[in-house]
Ligand binder design. Structure first.
Ligand code: HEM
Length: 122
């Protein structure tokens, strides 16, 4: 698969990550954690993170940086953000009072990941 194709799939995964996080935040905020919508969003969240990771590593391999020994700072920044976007589901479920803050903060974290991919701080 080409580098460009990996990037398109990578960004598709990112879009699904944020669609699902938005739904999970609102489900927690509205006390609808047990609802069918939350289950769909939870499943999408997991699958999307996997797509981001696999396509991200595919793109990294095309850039000649297959393993962590070769990773510059910008890749570590994105890997950390990926971990946060995975683990945040626990905070969303346990702390509905943080919903509004997370609603605005998480997309900003996504912007930091995009910045890292575009400006590539070494
Ligand atoms: C382990 C996790 C990740 C890896 C290995 C990874 C890897 C990559 C790579 C190799 C690129 C291509 C960079 C280039 O064009 O030269 C890329 C682009 C991108 N990544 Fe990631 N990424 C990861 C996580 C994320 C996350 C969590 C987000 C957003 C929340 C994200 C958003 C983006 C965006 C928006 C681009 C396109 C930037 C552009 O237009 O050039 N990535 N990523």
């Amino acid at each position: 698969m080409s580098f460009a194709a990996y990037k398109v799939i990578h960004i598709l995964g990112v879009l699904f990550v944020f669609a699902s996080l938005g739904a999970l935040i609102l489900a927690s905020r509205d006390g609808a954690w047990g609802g069918r919508g939350r289950k769909l969003a939870g499943m999408t969240h997991g699958i999307a993170l996997l797509v981001v990771l696999i396509a991200g590593f595919g793109a990294l391999a095309r850039l000649g940086m297959p393993n962590p020994g070769h990773w510059p700072m910008w890749v570590w920044i994105k890997a950390l953000i990926w971990l946060i976007l995975g683990g945040i589901i626990v905070v969303i479920r346990r702390s509905p009072q943080l919903s509004t803050l997370l609603w605005w903060l998480l997309p900003l974290l996504g912007a930091v990941a995009a910045w890292a991919a575009i400006y590539k701080p070494a």
